[in-house]
Design a protein around this ligand. Structure first.
Ligand SMILES: NC(=O)c1ccc[n+]([C@@H]2O[C@H](COP(=O)([O-])OP(=O)(O)OC[C@H]3O[C@@H](n4cnc5c(N)ncnc54)[C@H](O)[C@@H]3O)[C@@H](O)[C@H]2O)c1
Length: 357
């Protein structure tokens, strides 16, 4: 109940989703919350809820943090009103999405302003106050897209923004340490918030199936990480990026989550386009229980592999068998000399030869 007692926490984007949940939790843990949002009514509503529940919160709005003047005004008026600042949680943001080839300069610019610039403006405005206070905690909001691309979504601008935030935060940590200012990012996986509420059921289910812990995140899953980073419990934590994502980034090949044949088909077609680190691809297939015969069936029924000769099939089967026998056989590399006509398959064979031969 008292993990933030005596702290003054500035949180951006409190009218909705993750910011709203953080405002409630931080206040319940004893912080005085100074919120802001571009939506005035939503921000006021959460401030009233928090105060009715016995917490302390004010919310400024409408504040558009992509304007340096408005960000500066929020920080200076909030500090004057509350007496200082110990925590800055840069949660607010909003991107525009679109397939890369069609992404307009306007949407690119909007996304960088509304996901990167706003963090810079609020943080630079807060920095001297944090220094004057003898230190504090900055929490920025990254995303899984900062570290991994998504073939199915038009995330180019969003990925560039969130990658920038993670790097920016690391640099803040380096420069802030001598002032006792800690800076970390939280990179949420897919979380149920108003921002994701419009995603249709089929992708929602596909995304869920790719999360090892088996469900979408709840707003509190992120708020609890932010609470820890804001508190003195994290006094030796800075420059870190926390993936709070149900284990999603622990998965290497999400396509395989779709299950045996479907996943395998898609996977092999990507292998055919030569963009995987070949050998490991096969190690994964084998680890997932694909028998050599499954390879043959998949290859034969999948058009792009029509050019593969029988020799390649034998090679694949041999390679799979050899891998399953690794450590048991000393001369099994003899079977790796089948004919491969695909560059990817040749590289796969090369991998097996290097590692098993
Ligand atoms: N929901 C997810 O799955 C998810 C995943 C990864 C990262 N994130 C990140 O988490 C953060 C919060 O996401 P959410 O899902 O709660 O979104 P949300 O849309 O529900 O809430 C964002 C809030 O930020 C406010 N905001 C946006 N631009 C603003 C601006 N220029 N000035 C002031 N306020 C502004 C909005 O009005 C809104 O209240 C974002 O940075 C988002 O990129 C979310």
């Amino acid at each position: 109940m008292n993990r933030l007692t005596g702290k003054i926490a500035f949180i951006t984007g409190v009218a909705s989703g993750l910011g709203r949940a953080a405002a409630k939790l931080f206040a319940a843990e004893g912080a005085k919350v100074v919120g802001c949002d571009v939506s005035q009514s939503g921000g006021q509503q959460i401030a009233i809820e928090v105060c009715n529940a016995g917490g302390k919160m004010v919310c400024f709005g409408p504040v558009d943090l992509s304007s340096p003047a408005e960000a500066q005004k929020w920080i200076s008026e909030g500090v004057a009103d509350s007496g200082g600042i110990d925590i800055l949680y840069n949660n607010a943001g909003g991107a525009r999405f679109g397939a890369f080839a069609e992404l307009s300069h306007e949407d690119w610019g909007f996304t960088l302003r509304n996901e990167v610039d706003l963090v810079f403006y609020a943080t630079q405005a807060a920095w001297p106050h944090l220094m004057a206070r003898g230190g504090g905690a900055i929490i920025n909001t990254g995303s899984a897209v900062a570290v991994r691309g998504n073939p199915n979504m038009g995330f180019a601008a969003h990925a560039a923004s969130k990658g920038a935030i993670v790097a920016f935060t690391r640099q803040l940590a380096a420069e802030g340490a001598k002032h006792n200012i800690r800076a970390n990012t939280i990179s949420p996986g897919p979380i149920k918030t108003p921002a994701t509420a419009g995603i249709p059921p089929e992708p929602v289910e596909r995304i869920r199936a790719a999360i090892p812990l088996g469900r979408w995140g709840e707003v509190e899953d992120i708020a609890y990480c932010a609470l820890y980073l804001a508190s003195d419990e994290a006094r030796w934590v800075t420059g870190a990026d926390f993936a709070i994502d149900g284990g999603r980034l622990a998965h290497r090949y999400e396509d395989l989550d779709q299950g045996a044949a479907g996943g395998g088909f898609h996977f092999l077609s990507r292998l055919g386009s030569l963009d995987l680190d070949d050998g490991f691809a096969f190690l994964d297939l084998i680890a997932l229980g694909f028998e050599p015969l499954d390879y043959r069936a998949l290859l034969e029924s999948h058009a792009p592999f029509g050019q593969i000769h029988l020799g390649s099939h034998r090679s694949l089967r041999t390679a799979a068998t050899i891998f399953s026998e690794v450590g048991k056989s000393s001369d099994s590399s003899a079977g790796l000399n089948g004919t491969c006509t695909s560059g990817a398959l040749k590289r796969t064979m090369g991998f097996f030869k290097r590692h098993l031969g």
